[in-house]
Ligand binder design. Structure first.
Ligand SMILES: [Zn+2]
Length: 117
């Protein structure tokens, strides 16, 4: 089974974008419940919360972006942003590492948490 790794910043961005769509969808569903004021108001409120949530996530991406390291991918030659010790290329999803000791090892998200001596 081949696992496809995605760049963390891209992953969070996709998540934020999906939150917007969920929010719009919930609000849209609310329109079908026009006869029930409570259900419609609730749907609008939940939908609004999703959109607020995505704004928060987008803000978080902005914060995280200051901590990323710009590197040139050795595989595709494109400039990518790395978050943490291991991350995948934004363009070709090539696993990249900042740590020489992890080079050649299987890409693993847990390397970001574990501290090796
Ligand atoms: Zn690449």
């Amino acid at each position: 089974m081949a696992l496809k790794y995605t760049n963390k910043i891209n992953k969070i961005r996709t998540f934020a974008l999906s939150l917007v769509f969920v929010g719009i969808l919930v609000m849209y569903i609310g329109i079908f419940f026009r006869e029930s004021y409570i259900v419609m108001t609730l749907a609008m409120l939940i939908g609004f919360l999703f959109i607020i949530g995505s704004t928060v996530v987008y803000f978080w991406i902005g914060m995280l972006s200051t901590k990323t390291i710009q590197v040139v991918c050795p595989s595709c030659g494109g400039a990518t942003k790395m978050l943490g010790r291991v991350d995948a290329c934004m363009h070709c999803s090539e696993p990249l590492t900042m740590d020489k000791s992890l080079e050649g090892k299987d890409f693993d998200e847990k390397y970001n948490r574990k501290s090796t001596k």
